[in-house]
Design a protein. Structure first.
Length: 436
C-alpha cells in the first residue's frame, strides 16, 4: 500500500510540473490583466519556480546512472557558460537555462510511466483546445480574459500595434500575403498567447502520436489528430505543415532507418538552406524562404570573436535565427554539443523509439532555421523532453517492465527469511544500485 501511494504521488507531481510549464504564461497574463501589472522578472521567477520544483524532486529521489548523459550535457554547457561569462566580464547563463530545462524534464521523463506521460499530454491538449475554442468562437472574450498584447508589452516591452484594437499579441495578427486558411482573421494563440508556441505544440503532439499511436484508443486518435489539424489550420504555420508531412510519411518509414543517420539531419537542413540562399540571396519577408535567407545571412556574418564567445551581448538580437543565437550565446561548441545530444540521446532500438528519434532532430533543427526561443521555452520544451526522456528507457526490447510486488509475494518473502530474495526484493535492490 505504501508503494502504491508513493507511485501515485510521483505521478501526480510529474503531471503537475509539466502542466504548470504549459499554463504558467496564461496564468500570469490573467494576473497582469485583472489583478496587478507584472514585468519580465515575474515571468523569469515563474520559470525558475517550475525548474526548482523539478530539480528538487530529482535531488530528493536521487540521480541515477541513466541520468549521466543528461548530466554530462548540462555540465558541459555550464562550463561554456562560465567560460563566456569570464571572457566577457559579466554573468551570462541564458543558454544554460535552456539546457537546464531540457535536463529537468528529460530526467523527469525517465521516471514517468506510460500512463503518467499520456495523462500529461491529454490534459495539456484538452486545456489548449478549450481555450482555442474560446478564441475561435469569441475573440472578444478571449482577449478580455488574457489581454495578450498588454501582457507582452508589460513583460517583454513589445508595444501593441496602434492599428489594431483587438488586444492580441502583434505577431498573431494576420496581414496581406500571409499564409491563411480563412478560418479566423488572425493566427491562433490559445493558452500560449502567441502563435509560434501553439504551432510548435502541435508539432510536439505529432511526436507524441508517433510514439504512442499503437497504444492509443480509436477515440483518442481521432481527437488528437483533429486537435493537431485545427491548430495547423488556425496558426497557418509553414514549418509545422512541413513537419506534419514528415511525420505522416515517417510513421511508416522511420522504423527502417538506422538512428545513427540522424547525425545527417542538421547538415542536410543547413545545406538545403544554403542552396536557397544562393538561389535567392535577396529574399525577404515573413515567409519560409525569407526567414531561411535571413538566418543564412546572419550565419555568413558570424566572425571569429562570436565563434569563440566574445560577442554574447549580440545573442539576444538573433531570436529569429536559432543557429546564430546558439553560437553567439555559447560558442560554436554549444552548437556542436546540441547537435550531438539531439542526435545521440534518444534510443532507437524499437520501431516507436526510432519514429521519435528521427522526428526529434527534424523538428528542432528545422525550427532553429526560423527561430530560437520557441523550442527552448518551458511551455514547449517541458512536454517535448518529458516524452523524449520517457521513450529512452521505457521501451527497451526484451526487458520486461518492473512490476510491484504483491501482498502475497511480500508475505512469502518474510517466510523465506533474509537469506533468500523474492522478485520484489530483487527489483528494490536493483533500484538502490541504480542511484548514485
Amino acid at each position: 500500500m505504501r508503494i502504491a501511494t508513493t507511485e501515485t504521488l510521483k505521478d501526480r507531481f510529474i503531471i503537475a510540473a509539466v502542466l504548470l510549464s504549459v499554463v504558467y504564461n496564461a496564468v500570469l497574463a490573467v494576473i497582469n490583466a485583472h489583478v496587478m501589472r507584472l514585468g519580465f522578472v515575474h515571468v523569469a521567477l515563474g520559470e525558475v519556480l517550475i525548474l526548482a520544483l523539478g530539480l528538487a524532486y530529482l535531488l530528493r529521489h536521487g540521480l541515477r546512472k541513466r541520468d549521466l548523459s543528461l548530466l554530462a550535457f548540462l555540465m558541459f554547457t555550464l562550463f561554456l557558460a562560465l567560460y563566456v561569462s569570464a571572457l566577457n566580464g559579466k554573468v551570462y547563463i541564458d543558454y544554460f537555462r535552456n539546457i537546464l530545462i531540457i535536463f529537468c524534464f528529460a530526467a523527469l521523463g525517465t521516471r514517468a510511466s506510460d500512463k503518467t506521460v499520456m495523462a500529461a499530454f491529454h490534459v495539456a491538449c484538452l486545456a489548449v483546445m478549450l481555450v482555442l475554442a474560446c478564441e475561435i468562437i469569441s475573440l472578444q472574450l478571449y482577449a478580455w480574459i488574457f489581454k495578450p498584447g498588454l501582457y507582452f508589452e508589460a513583460t517583454r516591452g513589445l508595444k501593441q500595434p496602434d492599428y489594431d484594437g483587438s488586444g492580441l499579441f502583434g505577431n498573431a495578427l494576420g496581414f496581406k500575403g500571409r499564409l491563411t486558411f480563412g478560418l479566423i482573421g488572425h493566427r491562433a494563440s490559445s493558452l500560449f498567447l502567441e502563435q509560434v508556441s501553439l504551432s510548435n505544440f502541435a508539432g510536439v503532439m505529432m511526436m507524441y502520436c508517433l510514439f504512442f499511436w499503437p497504444e492509443l484508443k480509436r477515440r483518442a486518435r481521432f481527437l488528437l489528430v483533429a486537435s493537431i489539424v485545427l491548430i495547423l489550420l488556425t496558426t497557418a504555420s509553414r514549418t509545422m505543415l512541413i513537419f506534419s508531412a514528415v511525420c505522416a510519411c515517417g510513421y511508416f518509414i522511420f522504423p527502417y532507418i538506422p538512428k545513427i543517420l540522424n547525425i545527417l539531419v542538421m547538415p542536410l537542413i543547413l545545406l538545403a538552406a544554403l542552396v536557397i540562399f544562393v538561389l535567392k540571396p535577396d529574399a525577404t519577408g515573413d515567409n519560409f524562404i525569407g526567414r531561411v535567407v535571413l538566418t543564412m545571412r546572419h550565419m555568413s556574418g558570424i566572425d571569429l570573436p562570436a565563434i569563440l564567445g566574445l560577442s554574447i551581448g549580440e545573442a539576444a538580437g538573433f531570436v529569429d535565427s536559432g543557429y546564430v543565437y546558439i553560437v553567439y550565446a555559447g560558442t560554436i561548441f554549444s552548437l556542436i554539443a546540441f547537435w550531438l545530444f539531439v542526435t545521440l540521446y534518444p534510443s532507437g532500438e524499437t520501431p516507436r523509439q526510432r519514429r521519435l528519434a528521427h522526428a526529434l532532430p527534424v523538428f528542432l533543427f528545422l525550427n532553429l532555421m526560423i527561430g530560437a526561443t520557441p523550442i527552448f521555452t518551458a511551455k514547449i520544451a517541458g512536454l517535448l523532453w518529458l516524452l523524449v526522456g520517457h521513450a529512452k528507457f521505457n521501451d527497451r526490447p526484451g526487458v520486461p517492465a518492473p512490476t510491484r510486488p504483491s501482498a502475497r509475494s511480500a508475505k512469502g518473502a518474510r517466510r523465506m527469511g533474509a537469506g533468500q530474495a523474492t522478485p520484489g526484493t530483487v527489483l528494490a535492490r536493483n533500484a538502490r544500485q541504480e542511484v548514485f
